[in-house]
Design a protein around this ligand. Structure first.
Ligand code: 4HQ
Length: 248
């Protein structure tokens, strides 16, 4: 009997004051099934568990005054040290990320980079966020879900993990995997249709009923290009630039 060496599954370590928010949606559907199979791992660490005083204080008032509270650097540092323990022992853990609107906006390129690595450590902030010095001291990579304000980093961490996990081999069915094509090329999705062929007087585009696979493919690409041009000039410009570079 032989055993095949299995690569360590992709590993998310989440540092949060609300551990009960996990796995949340990640425990459902394809991500949840994959989690049960061990195709990826989720470790949730309660930051409060690293507070040292008898009241388990995790936050304090901001120097300079102003509203809200700031997460204490010593407590977050202790939690990060615990999460990074495997790295100390030479086990890869992937980048340590702080979810924050000040960060690089998450995109599919970053999602792919993370999926290609061993995992990541995700720090979820509450209140006004972390003391700047603990971000600096650990060289935390700041990542934003977008230009809006959440009440905490947890929903952003869940979204990031969801996007990564669906790229792990075996997590998605074959059909869902192929679906990546369009955005992978930097385009928005072409429109999708299913039965009935005529719904409330709205017919499906005729080409889709033709059975001409090449023509359908060309039509879909055209649709993806048109919707991208119209709605996301930024993505369209990047797409054209890449097209010009790869072939004149
Ligand atoms: N927050 N993308 C403030 C976000 C956010 C975002 C998380 C609110 C961190 C301290 N996180 N806390 N946008 O709005 O990731």
């Amino acid at each position: 009997m032989t055993t095949t060496a299995r690569p360590r599954p992709w590993h998310a370590q989440v540092l949060t004051l609300f551990p009960e928010m996990f796995p949340g949606t990640l425990g459902h559907s394809l991500a949840g099934k994959a989690l049960e199979r061990g195709d990826w791992r989720l470790e949730v660490m309660d930051i409060r568990g690293f507070a040292k005083d008898k009241h388990r204080t995790v936050d304090d008032t901001p120097f300079g005054g102003g509203p809200g509270m700031v997460m204490r650097p010593d407590v977050v540092d202790a939690a990060l040290a615990a999460a990074l323990q495997p790295a100390e022992n030479g086990e890869p853990v992937g980048p340590a990320i702080y979810l924050s609107p000040r960060g690089r906006v998450l995109d599919q390129d970053l999602v792919q980079d993370l999926a290609a690595g061993p995992g990541c450590v995700l720090v979820c902030g509450r209140y006004e966020g972390l003391d700047e010095r603990v971000i600096e001291a650990h060289g935390l990579m700041e990542v934003s879900l977008g230009d809006f304000v959440l009440s905490g980093g947890e929903p952003a961490a869940i979204a990031l993990i969801d996007a990564v996990v669906r790229l792990i081999p075996g997590v998605m069915g074959a059909a869902e995997t192929l679906e990546e094509e369009s955005f992978e090329r930097g385009l928005l999705e072409y429109p999708h249709y299913t039965r009935p062929a005529d719904w409330q007087g709205r017919p499906v585009p005729e080409i889709l009923l033709s059975g001409h696979h090449e023509k359908i493919k060309a039509w879909r690409l055209r649709q993806a290009e048109e919707v991208t041009k119209l709605r996301r000039p930024d993505l369209w410009a990047a797409y054209q630039k890449r097209r010009a570079e790869t072939q004149g």
